[in-house]
Ligand binder design. Structure first.
Ligand code: GLT
Ligand code: MN
Ligand code: MN
Ligand code: MN
Length: 386
């Protein structure tokens, strides 16, 4: 029970299980799993795939011969285990050249290099079968707004994504790009700070159909937003190309906690969204084990993410099958449209009916909605007594 299988489509980043427990105040506490080790460990646990930044796999200063060897050994591990690489991304934040942004840097040399580095990551990803390309602009932002024009930054960001779309088309790569938002950290303020902001930008691109979002639980919550709502909007718009599952306390540094370990109720509604609406993309865990852990702790962490998802999926089934809950929902949603002549789609007839409609404000305003009971029943499902 609750044992992950390939069909569950669980993936991890090389940077997640590879994380050695370094933070801005402390040194590494463990050996992170190397790419080849990560492939074997994750395959054994029942994951479907691994994702990576170019430099999680190939160091930025590797020679062509080194790159060739690293990719060959990685590919051998993938072939031996059947693990897939469904997504790749690019580090546009680690190297000092990106200290004031990549696509939004004021320096055209930096912007051009960022595009070239991304293109080379797309090539690498294609070699290994990736279909989704994530762009997280960790350094696209500012502390000193006097130094960078925020309007120019939008134009530059758009220009870069347009370039990458054209490149993918020219190579017949078929990539789907997924833009990941974050409100802050490592920049004081990151541009396009929420999934909603990303959706707004996408509509202005040359190829909006090629670009969607990769929302992350922790990032929306850092901004004090409801992640379930953000993911729902993206899904409804047909833009949920990928998702980063993890957990986070509101208003803190980017914690990247194990999925479901903090905000269990929101995690439940997220799983419900993804399952009820048949999300078909990867379920990617972008989290890392606590700094208190050794390598065995990392394995427990990896297992825990997947197990929690599967447990919540089971809870969703219970919720959907619960007669008391369904009766309440039927009452809430079951109101007939006894509005003669009116339709929510505009027409002159509908408008005429709308104008003449009798509305009993007092009665409707006084109706109880029974949400207290519904919420308690939901909590009892989550808490495991129903
Ligand atoms: C980095 C960041 C994540 C992004 C990764 C992709 S890297 O760990 O904190 O949220 O998804 O660039
Ligand atoms: Mn994060
Ligand atoms: Mn992170
Ligand atoms: Mn992420």
């Amino acid at each position: 029970l609750f044992v992950p299988k390939k069909e569950d489509r669980f993936t991890f980043g090389l940077w997640t299980v590879g994380n050695p427990g370094r933070d801005p105040f402390g040194l590494p506490v463990r050996e992170g799993f190397t790419p080849v080790e990560a492939v074997h460990m994750l395959a054994e646990l029942g994951a479907y795939g691994v994702n990576f930044h170019d430099n999680d796999l190939v160091p930025i200063d590797a020679t062509p011969a080194e790159k060739e060897r690293i990719v060959r050994e990685f590919r051998q591990a993938l072939e031996a285990t059947g693990l897939k690489v469904p997504m790749v991304t690019v580090s546009l934040f680690t190297d000092p050249i990106f200290k004031d942004g990549a696509f939004t840097s004021n320096d055209p040399r930096v912007r051009a290099y960022a595009i070239r580095k991304t293109i080379e990551s797309m090539d690498l990803g294609k070699e290994l079968g990736a279909e989704v390309f994530v762009l997280w602009g960790g350094r696209e932002g500012a502390e000193v707004d006097a130094g960078k024009d925020a309007v120019d930054s939008m134009k530059r960001y758009r220009e870069a994504v347009n370039y990458l779309c054209e490149y993918s088309l020219s190579q017949n790569y078929g990539y789907k790009f997924a833009l990941e938002a974050k409100p802050n950290e490592p920049r004081g303020d990151i541009y396009l700070p929420t999934t909603g902001a990303m959706l707004g930008l996408i509509a202005t691109l040359d190829h909006p159909e090629m670009v969607g979002v990769n929302p992350e639980v922790a990032h929306e919550r850092m901004a004090g937003l409801n992640f379930y709502h953000a993911a729902a909007q993206a899904l409804e718009a047909g833009k949920l190309f990928h998702i980063d599952l993890n957990d986070q306390k509101m208003g803190r540094f980017d914690q990247d906690l194990r999925f479901g370990s903090d905000g269990i109720k929101e995690a439940f509604f997220l799983v419900k969204l993804l399952e009820d609406y048949n999300y078909k993309g990867m379920l990617h865990f972008d989290a890392h084990a606590l700094r208190t852990e050794d390598r065995q702790g990392v394995v427990e962490f990896a297992k825990g993410n997947m197990r929690t998802y599967l447990i919540l999926k089971e809870k969703v089934k219970r919720f959907n099958a619960d007669p008391d809950i369904q009766a309440l929902l039927a009452e809430i949603n079951g109101r007939k449209l006894d509005l003669p002549g009116f339709d929510f789609k505009y027409s002159p007839e509908s408008l005429q009916a709308l104008r003449g409609m009798a509305v009993d404000r007092e009665t409707i305003g006084a109706e109880g909605l029974n949400y207290e009971k519904l919420d308690q029943l939901t909590m009892e499902i989550i808490m495991g007594v129903r």
